[in-house]
Design a protein around this ligand. Structure first.
Ligand SMILES: [Zn+2]
Length: 167
């Protein structure tokens, strides 16, 4: 185990399968959504913030500058499909379909089956109000990468209770 793993009080979950971070640097199942950040295929300075809501599959996709994604008109764009793909690598297909409440027709568990099942429900396009919090969550996680590994306490983590009570 590396220093940071030993000193971390949160369990570090290995991804179900290795992911390529360059394409989808950030993916999470949170706030009732599958949400994350997807790199633009063409412009290295641009990323898309994409999300799909659990249950309704209401989707949204916009750039980090809050421009609407041209591909997400009335249907899932390639960014959302990439996000589903990466979520399945990260969490496993079963957990992703359970979280999003997707019923795949023949019980097949794959990113493809999950995306197809959601698309065929003809989901609505939502607003992009979730994009800003998702993007700042991503930036906050990036900031931790800048920290050198250390066992010293991080001041901003101090409000978390200690793992062992002091008697
Ligand atoms: Zn998109």
């Amino acid at each position: 185990m590396s220093d940071w793993e030993r000193s971390s009080t949160a369990r570090v979950l290995p991804p179900a399968r290795p992911r390529k971070l360059a394409k989808v640097p950030f993916v999470e199942l949170a706030d009732g959504r599958l949400q994350g950040v997807v790199s633009s295929g063409s412009d290295i300075g641009r990323v898309y913030v994409s999300s799909v809501a659990a249950g309704t599959y209401t989707f949204a996709c916009s750039t980090n500058n809050n421009r609407p994604c041209g591909g997400a008109r009335g249907m899932f764009c390639n960014h959302i499909l990439a996000l589903v793909n990466e979520a399945v690598l990260q969490y496993g297909a079963e957990r992703v379909s359970r979280y999003l409440r997707v019923d795949t027709t023949d019980g097949e568990q794959s990113a493809q089956a999950i995306a197809t099942a959601m698309s065929s429900a003809r989901p609505q396009q939502g607003d992009t109000s979730a994009a800003a919090p998702v993007f700042s969550q991503f930036l906050r996680q990036l900031a931790y990468l800048e920290l050198a590994p250390t066992t010293a306490p991080l001041p901003e983590m101090q409000w978390f209770p200690p793992t062992r009570a002091v008697v």
